[in-house]
Write a new protein. Structure first.
Ligand code: FES
Ligand code: FE2
Length: 422
């Protein structure tokens, strides 16, 4: 008999989400409102897994940096003079003070602590420590900023707080080949930051379905019909799927048109659809014919999230005198605001004691993938049982060790259909 230690969620609720898709129910309310669950998510997900902090164009030059906060931690990603990228805890080695508050910046030649002036080079080494020369046995070489793992994939910068985690390449090993989009060469054309009153998982789930589009996105549905989705795909670290552009539309803008050229070399099928992915836990990657849209979601509390949205364009498009990203930015900013409003409304409902999960609609398979990945990552913490026992919780369609039985289809093979997809 399994250990019956108290869990953070009812085992029958966990089991209900782990059932086969056509019998499963969405996540139960505590997952969206319980501060103890968020703390467990910080431990098991955000401080253990690779997190995308944005595109490398934000740290293109020596002295450029970005700062992100998650789970009480803060990371600085800094471009050094030799061109290398480093990631460091945003914590002074003297008495621990937070070093930098801005989410991004450039042109710095050192990082100076505002408290007593200890200063660090762009490689994290301590280069100045006022009046410390006379301190017995003190050697600046012993006090560099503490490093965090950092790597890039397709031009996106990822960090990982867990020193023992598998390499990023391994984490993304089964992700479809998207090299034809040449994202590493892209430029950051626009950025928006949002703070919303909704749990981070509601934002990920909302991104994963267009069942809500007719009633929430009157401007989107005429550009890409909500039932135009192709087959959903999932892998060990992602889920997603394509949606087709409506006849006569060439990209996602207010009128479905643009002056920009498509990304060079894309095959015809990529010019007719947009690929949407969530790279777990919360890096939303949307590949359009002529630009790339990303969201990274950073939980602040069980019911609050910070969202950073970036628009990436080809270097050729950005270099043109008449470059104007506003057609794509205005469209997605409006769509974002519509999404945040419905996510905040959802948050108000799932916090109620009256909320009992319903059932997934057929267009919500990607949410099911996300919710099942989430429970596999969190099952032991949520159920109060160790992974070996957690398999007894219910009738999981996945094994408790986190293996995903379904092979990830390559993007090119993810064909569109008219039947409502998913
Ligand atoms: S805490 Fe940073 S210099 Fe003292
Ligand atoms: Fe939406």
């Amino acid at each position: 008999m399994a250990d019956t230690k108290e869990g953070l969620m009812r085992r029958e609720d966990i089991a209900a989400t782990l059932r086969p898709f056509d019998q499963a129910s969405p996540l139960a309310g505590p997952a969206y409102r319980d501060a103890a669950i968020l703390e467990a998510e910080f431990d098991r997900i955000f401080l253990e897994m690779w997190l995308c902090v944005g595109h490398q164009d934000a740290v293109r030059h020596a002295g450029d940096f970005v700062m992100r906060e998650i789970g009480g931690e803060s990371v600085l990603v800094v471009r050094d003079r030799d061109g290398s990228l480093g990631a460091f805890y945003n914590v002074c080695r003297h008495r621990g003070t937070r070093l930098i508050d801005d989410s991004a910046g450039g042109g710095i030649d050192c990082i100076r602590c505002p408290y007593h002036g200890w200063s660090y080079g762009l490689d994290g080494g301590l280069i100045a420590a006022p009046l410390m020369d006379g301190v017995s046995g003190f050697d600046k070489a012993d006090y560099p900023l503490r490093a965090i793992r950092c790597d890039t994939w397709e031009g996106f910068v990822f960090v990982n707080f867990e020193a023992g985690a598998a390499p990023l390449g391994e984490y993304l090993a089964d992700f479809p080949d998207v090299s034809r989009f040449a994202m590493a060469d892209m430029r950051l054309g626009a950025m928006h930051e949002y703070e919303i009153a909704a749990n981070w998982k509601l934002v990920c789930e909302n991104y994963g379905e267009c069942y809500h589009c007719p009633s929430n996105h009157p401007q989107l549905n005429p550009i890409s019909n909500f039932q135009s989705g192709g087959d959903s795909v999932e892998g060990s670290s992602f889920c997603g799927g394509p949606m087709r552009l409506n006849e006569g539309c060439v990209t996602m803008t207010m009128d479905g048109q643009t002056k920009r050229d498509p990304i060079a070399g894309l095959p015809p099928e990529d010019l007719r659809q947009v690929h949407y992915f969530n790279i777990y836990p919360a890096f939303l990657l949307s590949l359009h014919p002529d630009y790339v849209l990303t969201h990274t979601i950073w939980p602040l509390a069980a019911d609050r999230s910070f969202i950073r949205c970036e628009w990436l364009f080809t270097a050729e498009a950005v270099a043109r005198d008449d470059f104007d990203p506003s057609d794509a930015v205005d469209f997605w900013h409006l769509t974002n605001e519509q999404d945040w409003a419905i996510c905040e409304r959802a948050q108000k409902g799932v916090r109620s004691r009256a909320y009992v999960p319903g059932r997934y609609q057929g267009l919500e398979e990607t949410i099911y993938f996300f919710d099942n990945w989430y429970l596999r990552a969190m099952e032991a913490a949520l159920s109060g049982m160790e992974p070996a026992l957690a398999g007894e919780v219910g009738v999981s369609s996945h094994d408790a060790a986190g293996a995903v039985p379904r092979a990830a289809a390559p993007v090119a093979a993810a064909t569109t259909s008219d039947d409502g997809g998913a």
